[in-house]
Design a protein around this ligand. Sequence first.
Ligand SMILES: Nc1ncnc2c1ncn2[C@@H]1O[C@H](COP(=O)(O)OP(=O)(O)OP(=O)(O)O)[C@@H](O)[C@H]1O
Ligand SMILES: [Mg+2]
Length: 267
Amino acid sequence: MSPSSAGRAAEPILRIEGLTKRFGGLTAVDRVTLAFAPRRLHAIIGPNGAGKTTLFNLISGFLPSDEGRVFFAGQEISRLRPHRISRLGISRTLQVKSVFQQLTVSENLWITAQAKRGVMNPFRSTSSYRDTCEKVERVLEQLELTRLADRQAGTLSYGDVALLEIGMAIAADPRLLLLDEPICGMSPAETERTVVKIRELAQTIDIVIIEHDMEVVFEIADDITVMAQGAILASGSPKEIAANEEVREAYLGRPEDEDYTEEPARA
Ligand SMILES: Nc1ncnc2c1ncn2[C@@H]1O[C@H](COP(=O)(O)OP(=O)(O)OP(=O)(O)O)[C@@H](O)[C@H]1O
Ligand SMILES: [Mg+2]
């Protein structure tokens, strides 16, 4: 960010400098430098294998980086463990949905709502117990899951599981929420419901979303970053990204590419 633009822009909620991750000979994340302004909904898009999930893994401490640094609200979090990063205020959902199937919806939310407070803390008071109850109630209402509070998570529809997973992430009271393909595999109705919720959440929590559904991305994102082969291909407003020739090629392929799918004009 240039000094002149820094004057009007707030401190980035997340700043990444030269982040790199290699798996053997493969550079999955390649010197990524990015700054996410607060109070904006950011989308990260890119073809399969572009390094999007790996980038989330590095930010949230699930994987150690080989090079580079990550700052959250100005504080360096590069070498911190996942639970420390989570306690500082970054929550994430996983690309493969993961809730506790045997537990009820409420119980699932309890786990993350309590984790922030420290389950093992012997000085935890009745009031903190009450706070957790209220938090769970609030998240149930926020995501319109109250009617399913006592249902076993394993019996939920796919869309409700996805909402529960988002609920578990926000029950930890994050300032920043990382969503990895939250609507993947949903029906159109489920997608619509989830998109509305994500939009509502974005009013109070900073969100970075990885998503393949371009219609959704262009509908909800304030800023879009495009990754390809581990690196940043482009970053900008939805309008700028839609007009970017390189991005169109990365997604649609050129007409001479083998897998270009447009029907030939001949009869
Ligand atoms: N733990 C790992 N070990 C080895 N290679 C990995 C590992 N995790 C990811 N990769 C590789 O790194 C590259 C980036 O993977 P990543 O999952 O970050 O891509 P992605 O952009 O999230 O893709 P998708 O859209 O399919 O989810 C891929 O080539 C992948 O096979
Ligand atoms: Mg991924």
